[in-house]
Design a protein around this ligand. Structure first.
Ligand code: PMP
Length: 450
C-alpha cells in the first residue's frame, strides 16, 4: 500500500507557500492595509484559516468561478461553505434582488413573497408552518425555543461532532465519552452540562439512556454529520431517533443547512425523515442573510395559543430584519428558479463523476484513502475507514496533509473548502471542471506518496 512521504510533505509545503506569496501581491498588499483597521486583517477570525499564508481577496464571483484581485480565476468547490451551493450570483436571484433593492429592502410588512416561499417550503418539506430568521444559527436558536415552550423542558440533545452555529448549548464535544464545553469557544456563557446532553452519532443505546432522563426538549441533529467530514447514519438509526424522541417526549429538530445538498427535499427527503421542526439557512437566499424554520401543526397551535395568551411580541424570537423584503424575494427566486430538480440532477451527476474519478485514482495508486458523497457534497478521507461517528472521523485527521492538499489546489486554480476536506458541486460546475479537479487529484496523490 502506498504511503504519504512525510519529508516530502514539508518540502512541498514550503515551496507551495513561496509560490502562493509570489503569485498574490495584490492580496498581500490588501491584507497588510486591512490589518491596520480590521482586527487581524479579516472580517471574521476564521478567514485566516485558509490554507494559504494570507487569504486571497475576492474581486468577483459568478456561477462556479471566483476571480481574485490578482486576476487569478478559480473553479470554486468551496462555494462559500454552502452559502453559494447553487452558484455565485445565480441570475434569477441576482435579478430579483436588484429589482427588490429598488422597491424597498425592509419595512416590517409581509410581501407576496411570504406566500411564495411558504408554499414552496411546505411542498418540499411537508411541514405546514414556516418562520424566518437571518442565519441558520438563529433558526436553530428559535427552533430550540419552540421545543422548550412546547415540552416545558430545558435541555437539548446533540450529537458529538455537530455544528449548528454559535449557540452556547451546542458548542460541546465528547472527550473520552465525557461531554465538555469546546475549548475553542470564546467567552462561553453557560455550563453546557445544564443545557445539553451529547451522545455519539449512530449510538442508539446511549441515545435511549440520555432521553430516558426525561428532561430533553429536543434532539437537534443533521441527517448526516457534515462538519467532521461526512458521517452517514447507520441503517435504522434515524428510525430509532424518531421512535425514541417520540417515546420520551422530545421534539425532533432536523438541521438541513448543509444536507440540503442531498436533494430538493434535503436529507429529510433523502433519508425519509419525519421531524417536528426543520431548520435551513445558508444557500436558501442565494447567500443573502436569510434562514427558515418550519414546524408541525401541533407546535403551531401551541405557539399561537401562547402568543395570544402572553399578548407580547418580545418572545425571544426574531429580530428587526428577520423576514425582510429583500431576503424574502431572494428566497422566492431561489426556491422557484434556482434550487430546481434539474439543478439537483446536474449537481448529483457531476459530484458522482468527481467521486468516481477520485475513487479510481485511489484504487489505481493503492492508497489507504477514501471518498464519501451525499448528493452534491463530497468528502475526501486521507484514511481508509468509513467513520461511524465523530470520534472515529477525527481520529483520521491529518492537518499537515489537509493543508497541503488545499494549498496545492489553490495554487493551481481550484478553491477547496476552508475547514474540512469537503467539496461542493454547483449547478454551474461543468464536467470539464470536474475533470480538471480529478487530473489535479491524481498529480497531488503522485506527488505526496512514496
Ligand atoms: N447548521 C449547520 C449544519 C452548519 O454547518 C452551520 C454552519 N456551518 C450552521 C448551522 C450555522 O450557519 P450560520 O453560520 O450561517 O448561521
Amino acid at each position: 500500500m502506498a504511503r504519504v512521504d512525510r519529508d516530502r510533505l514539508a518540502t512541498m509545503m514550503a515551496s507551495e507557500e513561496l509560490r502562493f506569496t509570489a503569485d498574490h501581491p495584490k492580496s498581500a498588499a490588501l491584507f497588510e492595509r486591512t490589518r491596520k483597521s480590521v482586527h487581524r486583517g479579516v472580517p471574521m477570525p476564521w478567514m485566516t484559516q485558509w490554507a494559504s499564508p494570507f487569504p486571497i481577496f475576492a474581486d468577483s464571483a459568478r456561477g462556479a468561478r471566483i476571480r481574485d484581485v490578482d486576476g487569478h480565476d478559480y473553479i470554486d468547490f468551496s462555494l462559500g461553505d454552502t452559502g453559494a451551493l447553487f452558484g455565485h450570483s445565480a441570475a434569477p436571484i441576482a435579478e430579483a434582488v436588484a429589482d427588490q433593492a429598488g422597491r424597498g429592502i425592509t419595512h416590517m410588512l409581509p410581501t407576496e413573497d411570504a406566500a411564495r416561499v411558504g408554499e414552496a417550503l411546505t411542498a418540499r418539506f411537508g411541514l405546514p408552518n414556516w418562520q424566518f430568521a437571518l442565519s441558520a444559527t438563529d433558526a436553530n436558536r428559535f427552533a430550540i425555543r419552540l421545543a422548550r415552550l412546547v415540552t416545558g423542558r430545558r435541555r437539548i440533545l446533540v450529537f458529538n461532532g455537530c455544528y449548528h452555529g454559535s449557540l452556547d448549548e451546542t458548542l460541546v464535544s465528547l472527550e473520552n465519552g465525557v461531554m465538555r464545553p469546546m475549548a475553542t469557544t470564546m467567552g462561553a456563557a453557560l455550563d453546557p452540562a445544564e443545557t445539553t446532553r451529547m451522545v455519539e452519532f449512530n449510538d442508539v443505546a446511549a441515545l435511549e439512556a440520555a432521553l430516558a432522563e426525561g428532561d430533553v426538549a429536543c434532539v437537534l441533529c443533521e441527517p448526516a454529520l457534515t462538519n467532521v467530514g461526512l458521517v452517514f447514519p447507520a441503517p435504522g438509526f434515524h428510525q430509532a431517533v424518531r421512535d425514541l424522541s417520540r417515546k420520551h417526549g422530545a421534539m425532533l429538530v432536523v438541521d438541513e443547512t448543509h444536507t440540503i445538498c442531498a436533494g430538493p427535499g434535503g436529507g429529510t427527503g433523502y433519508f425519509g425523515l419525519d421531524p417536528d421542526i426543520i431548520t435551513l439557512g445558508k444557500p436558501l437566499a442565494g447567500g443573502i442573510a436569510g434562514a427558515v424554520y418550519g414546524f408541525s401543526e401541533a407546535i403551531g397551535e401551541r405557539v399561537a395559543d401562547w402568543i395570544d395568551e402572553i399578548g407580547s411580541f418580545v418572545t425571544g424570537i426574531g429580530g428587526t430584519l428577520s423576514g425582510n423584503a429583500l431576503a424574502m424575494r431572494a428566497m422566492a427566486a431561489s426556491l422557484e428558479n434556482v434550487m430546481t430538480d434539474e439543478a439537483y440532477a446536474h449537481m448529483t451527476e457531476q459530484a458522482t463523476r468527481l467521486a468516481d474519478g477520485v475513487s479510481d485514482i485511489i484504487a489505481a495508486r493503492d492508497l489507504d484513502w477514501g471518498i464519501g458523497r451525499l448528493g452534491a457534497r463530497i468528502e475526501y478521507r486521507f484514511h481508509g475507514r468509513e467513520p461511524a461517528n465523530a470520534t472515529e472521523a477525527q481520529a483520521g485527521d491529518d492537518p499537515d496533509l489537509d493543508r497541503l492538499f488545499r494549498l496545492y489546489f489553490l495554487n493551481r486554480g481550484i478553491l477547496l473548502t476552508i475547514f474540512y476536506n469537503v467539496s461542493l458541486v454547483s449547478p454551474e460546475t461543468s464536467a470539464a471542471d470536474i475533470d480538471r479537479h480529478n487530473d489535479l487529484f491524481a498529480k497531488f496523490a503522485g506527488a505526496v506518496t512514496a
